[in-house]
Design a binder for this molecule. Structure first.
Ligand code: CAA
Ligand code: NAD
Length: 303
């Protein structure tokens, strides 16, 4: 897996640009800012950026309650000072040392964004995708050969401020210095990195998503209710959230994109077909706009 032409990365990563101000992008921008990085958060509309800042403010208030109970306002505003926002994607990366993309789980949209950013960012800027399930290699191929050495997957978990894991995905082109720089920055963010090859779902989702999809099939078959399945997995298997609470938390649209994407991989023999058969109930909820917590309703209504 070692690249024969490792790129030279001398400086430490100080400036981070995050694309996508949704559930994940907001969390990544927040932990970046908390670790002292200068962060630019970018999305396509001002409304989306506002949504992201809202998520960050709520989460920071939670962190501040524990870390700085006597000065919640001071703690929060100090971290928020490290975050700028813009809808101008080109400007967002001009000075960046690291770009982390956390936009919609679509190979085309991700490739379009990285293809555009390749000529706008500094030549030593590292590009990383937070994709849940798409091929990092296929996304990286939207960029020049040189950039592909500075391209990797950096997969955070929801809720980013609370989950300690980050998966670092090396493609066959990712240079050792890029990998080391990513490892170093995730440690600075107080996360625990693990490494995985560029395989469908990497480590966590390869195991977690089939379980989530099978839980929906159980309900479709009428075997048990979502409430009872959640109680069973929480009290019987020690999971912090049952599968339906977790599906609502992750987003049913994101789950649906993952399983659609994997159907192509199943055709290519990279994952077994049974695991990713279409599920009517999931498709129906997504069509109705019931995407989970972020839209106010999924399997459960947000009270
Ligand atoms: N911002 C900041 N801190 C947060 C937070 C947030 N949004 N959410 C939780 N926390 C912190 C809490 O402040 C608390 O911190 P301390 O331990 O220091 O007190 C800690 O996290 C635990 O939170 P709570 O005590 O409030 O609640 P909990 O014990 O019920 O934990 C949870 C909440 C961490 C979300 C827990 O329910 C959990 O682990 N759920 C499962 C989450 C999971 O599996 N995520 C992975 C999803 S899959 C994925 O992300 C990959 C993909 O590609 C789809
Ligand atoms: P989300 O729907 O909450 O947010 C996506 C954001 O991306 C939206 O604000 C949208 O406006 C923005 N966006 C779309 N196209 C854009 C573009 N071209 N440029 C800039 N912004 C754009 O989604 P999310 O749950 O944060 O997921 C984002 C990524 O992270 C996906 O690839 C997903 O698979 C992955 N992921 C999700 C989870 C999860 O639990 N939800 C966990 C790990 C990884």
């Amino acid at each position: 897996h070692l690249s024969t032409t490792p790129s030279a990365r001398e400086g430490k990563i100080e400036r981070l640009t995050v694309f996508g101000a949704g559930l994940m992008g907001a969390g990544i921008a927040q932990v970046g800012a908390q670790s002292g990085l200068k962060v630019v958060l970018s999305d396509v509309t001002d409304k989306a950026l506002e949504n992201g800042l809202n998520i960050i403010q709520k989460s920071l208030a939670r962190v501040a309650k524990k870390k700085s109970p006597d000065d919640i306002e001071g703690f929060t505003s100090k971290i928020l000072k490290n975050i700028e926002t813009t809808t101008d994607a080109g400007k967002a990366v001009e000075q960046s040392d690291l770009v982390i993309e956390a936009i919609i789980e679509s190979i085309k949209v991700k490739r379009d964004l990285f293809g555009f950013l390749d000529s706008k960012a500094k030549s030593d800027c590292i590009f990383a995708t937070n994709t849940s399930s798409l091929s990092v290699t296929e996304i990286a191929e939207s960029c020049s050969k040189e950039r592909q050495e500075k391209f990797a997957g950096l997969h955070f978990f929801n809720p980013v401020p609370a989950m300690k894991l980050v998966e670092i995905i090396r493609t066959s082109q990712t240079s050792t210095s890029t990998y080391e720089a990513l490892k170093e920055v995730t440690l600075r963010m107080n996360k625990s990195p693990v490494t995985c090859n560029d395989t469908p779902g990497f480590i966590v989702n390869r195991l977690l998503v089939p379980y989530l999809l099978e839980s929906i099939r159980m309900v479709e078959r009428g075997d048990a209710t979502p409430e009872d399945i959640d109680t069973a997995m929480e009290l019987g298997a020690g999971y912090p959230m049952g599968p339906f609470k977790l599906l609502d938390f992750v987003g049913l649209d994101t789950t649906s994109y993952i399983s659609q994407g994997w159907r192509d991989k199943a055709e290519a023999g990279q994952i077994s077909k049974e695991l990713v058969q279409p599920i009517e109930l999931l498709d129906k909820l997504v069509k109705e706009g019931k995407l989970g917590r972020k839209s106010g309703e999924g399997f459960y209504k947000v009270s």
